[in-house]
Design a binder for this molecule. Sequence first.
Ligand code: NAD
Length: 356
Amino acid sequence: MAYKIAVVPGDGIGPDVIEETLKVLDQVGTKFGHEFSYTTVLAGGAALDAFGIPLPAETLEICKNSDAVLLGAVGGIKWDTLPGNLRPEQALLGLRKGLGLFANIRPAILFDQLKDACPLKTEITEGGLDLIVIRELTGGIYFGEKGFKDTTMGKAAYDIEIYAEEEVRRIAIVGFETAMKRSKKLMSVDKANILESSRLWRSVVNEVAKDYHEVELNHMYVDNCAMQLVRNPKQFDVIVTSNMFGDILSDEASMITGSIGMLPSASLREGSFGMYEPIHGSAPDIAGQDKANPMATILSAAMMLRYSFGLAKEADAVESAVRKVLDQGVRTGDIMSPGMTLIGTKEAGRRIREAI
Ligand code: NAD
C-alpha cells in the first residue's frame, strides 16, 4: 500500500528527530512492502523566517491532502519576543483547528528498562505503568473568547472556558472507545464542583456512558486527579478531560514516566486521519548536536501506523525495536543512567532500523 505523509520538521531538534523517523519508516516500508511518500512543509519558527507567518496556507493545504501528518516540534528563543498571534506555537493551534483534530491521545508508559528514571517510589509503580490521557483539543479556554477590560482594580484580562454538548460528546466517545480496547475503565476529569462548563461536561459524559454498559465510568475533580497521579497512578487506565486540564495532567502523567524523550502523541478526528508528534518541545539547547532522543518521534510514527494506516503488525515491530535498543544498554543523554553507553540521535535511529 502507498501512504502520503505530510512532514513538518519544525524547529530546534524537530529536524534531527524527524530525519531518523523517516529512515525508520523507510525501513518498515522495505520490510513489510509499503510505500511511504513524504511532502516536507514549513510551520513554526521555520515558516516565520521564510514567510513571516507561523502557518502558511500551503502547509495546511498539503496536510489536509495527506493521509497523516508527522510533526517534530516548533518554537525557540529566537521567536519568543513576537506578539502572541505570531508565535511559532500558533502553528500547532492552527493545524489542530484547521485539520479538525479534536482528540489528543497521550500514552504515558513507564518502560521497564527505564524504571529508575521514574521520580516516584518503586512500590508505587511496581509492575509498570501504562495509562492514556485523552485531551479535548479544540475547545475550552484556549479557544474561548479572550480580551481585556478596565476595572476598579486596574486593567483586567479574561479567557472564557466554553464547551458545547457536541464537543464533549465526541471526545467522550473517543474516551469510551479507547477504554473498550483496553481495561474498560474510564476516568472523566472535571471541576464540576465549581465550573458550569464542567457540570455540562459531566452530564454529557454520563449520557454517552449509556451506550457503553461494559465500561466502568468514574468522575474525578482535576485537583484530586493531579494528586492521585503521583499518589497511586496505577488506578488509572484511560483518562478523558478538557483542553486545559488535559494539557496539565498529560504533562504530569508523562513526568512520572521520567522520560520526556520517549513519549509519543496522536491528535485525531473522526475517521483515520491524524497528526502525530512527540510530546517534547524543540529543545533549542541541544538542537543540531546529535543529542536528541528520536524515540518519542519514532514511537509517534508507530502510532500513525496503528491509528491512521491500520498497520498494527508494523507498529508492533517499531515499538518492539525501540525496546530492543533499550535492552542493548545504550541511551541518549536524556535517559542516561550509570553503566549505560551514551549514543546520539543518529546511532539510536540506526539501531532501531537494524532491530526492525
Ligand atoms: P522542551 O521539551 O523543548 O525541552 C525541555 C528539556 O527537555 C530540555 O532540557 C531539552 O533539552 C530536553 N529534551 C526535550 N526533548 C528531548 C529529546 N527528544 N531528547 C533529549 N532531550 C530532550 O521544552 P521547553 O524547553 O519548555 O521548550 C522549548 C521550546 O519548545 C519552546 O519554544 C516551546 O514553546 C516549544 N515547545 C514546543 C512544543 C511542540 O512543538 N509541540 C511543545 C512544548 C514546547
